[in-house]
Design a protein around this ligand. Sequence first.
Ligand SMILES: [Zn+2]
Length: 501
Amino acid sequence: MKMAGQKLIASVTGQRSRTTWGLNLAMELARTGAWILGLALGPTLMLVSAFVIASCRESVAQGDADLEAPGMAPFATPASPQPTLFQNVRIFDGRSATLSAPSNVLVRGNTIARISVSPITVEANVRIVAANGRVLMPGLIDAHWHAFMAATPQMLLMTADPSYLHLLAARQAAATLMRGFTTIRDLGGPVFGLKRAIDEGVIAGPRIYPSGAFISQTSGHGDFRFAFELPRVTGGPLSHSEVEGIAAIADSPDEVRLRAREQLRQGASQIKLMAGGGVASPYNPIESTQYTEPEIRAAVQAADNWGTYVTVHAYTPRAIQQAVAAGVKCIEHGQLIDEPTAKLLADNGIWWSLQPFMDDENASPLVNPVSQKKAQEVFAGTENAYRLAKKYKIKTAFGTDILFDARVAGRQGAILARMVRWYTPAEALKMATADNGELMALSGFINPYPGKLGVVEEGALADLLLVDGNPLENIKLVEDPDKNFLVIMKDGTVYKDTVPK
Ligand SMILES: [Zn+2]
C-alpha cells in the first residue's frame, strides 16, 4: 500500500445528518423496549430502559464515532470543514476537452460555492491554496471496485479472521482516496460498515456506492463454496462467503427478490447480480448464461421500487441480451460482446461499465489454470469491446475491478492512463469523472450522496484534485498520485496538501 510519505490531514467531517436517523432508530428501539419491559417486568427495568434512552440522547450530542473508541480524544467533527479558496487554477471541469482560463474556486461546506475569473475576497478563516496556474479537476471515480477484496489475496479472504480483513480494507480505503479516487462504486463485498466509518470521519476513504453481497445462482460466478458445503437444503445454514456478506446465493425469483431486498435494507445503492460466467470463479464456464429472465426481473423490480437499478456481471452476448430483456440498466465487463448486442445496449440507453482488462502488469493474479485460460479469452475481447462502445456511442463507464492484489490496487490510476489506447486523455478523464458521476446518480432517491459528482461547477460536491501538470496533455500524471496530486479534497475537506508554500 502506498501510504508512506503521504500527508493525511485528519480534519474530517462528521456528516451527522446522515447518521442521525440511525440514532433516532436506536432511541425508538430503546423506547419500544422500555415499554415492553415495563409491561412485563415492572418498574426497576423501566428505570434501566430509561437509562438506555438517556445514553442514546447523549450519543446524539457527541456523534457516535467516539463511542467506538472510549478513552480517545473525540474525533474532529466540525459541522462543516474550513472553507477553501483555490487561487489561480486552470480547470478541467470533467466534461470539456480544454482547460479554463485562470480562475478562482471557492469551496464552502461540502460544495463548490463560486467559480470566478476575477479575484474572490474571503474572510480570514479561509484556507488559501495558491495554485500558481496548476490544474484543478474533479476527484476520480472508479465505477467497478471491490473495497473489501481489491488488495487482499483470495486465499486470505477465504480463510482469515473477518475482523482482520476489515482492517485491511480500511487501510486500502485510505490508500484509494490518496490515489485521488474520491468515489467508488462497490460491486460486491461487505462494505456497509466501512462506508459508515468513512462517512462519519472515523477513517479516511472514498465515498462508497455499495452493492453489498453480489447475488449469484448456485454454481454461478458468486458461488465460491467448498465442495463439502453442498448440497444445501432450503433454509439450511449459510456458507462462509454468505455469512460474511460477500455473496448471496439465490435460486428462484423469490430467493433473488429476498436477497435483493436484504441488500437494500442494509443500504445498497444498487444491486449486483451475476448473470453469466466469470474468470475467477472455478465452477462455471465463461460461456454460461446465469439466471433466467424471471429471476433477474425479480431483482429489477425490487431495485426499481427503491428508486434504483440492477447491474449485472456478464461477458457473452446471450447473457447480456437476457439481462437487458429483464430490465437491468448496466452491464459489467461484456468483453465477449458482438455487434448486434452492442447495438442493443445503445438502442436501450444501457450503461456499459467496461474495464481495460489486458494481459500485462495490471492484471489481477489468478491462482488456478482454468481461470488463467478464461482470462485470456477476456483479454482478447477487450479491443473489440472498446471499438464497439465507441462505434455505437454507448454510455461507457470507467472501472478497474482490481482483485486480490495490493500492488495492482496501487496501479488504479495507471489503469486509467492506459485508456489512451482507445480514447484521448480528455475523453478518458471525462469517463472517470463526469460520466461516472452520471452513473452514480442512477441510484435515484436512495443515492447516498445526493448532489453532483465528477464535475467542477458551482453547486457541485467539492471532490477536487490539484494536479502538478496538465493531465489533458499528459494523462500519465495520474499514474503517480503521490507526486502529482498536490491537493486531495473530498466533500470539502482537505485530506492532502503538499503545495509548496
Ligand atoms: Zn468485480
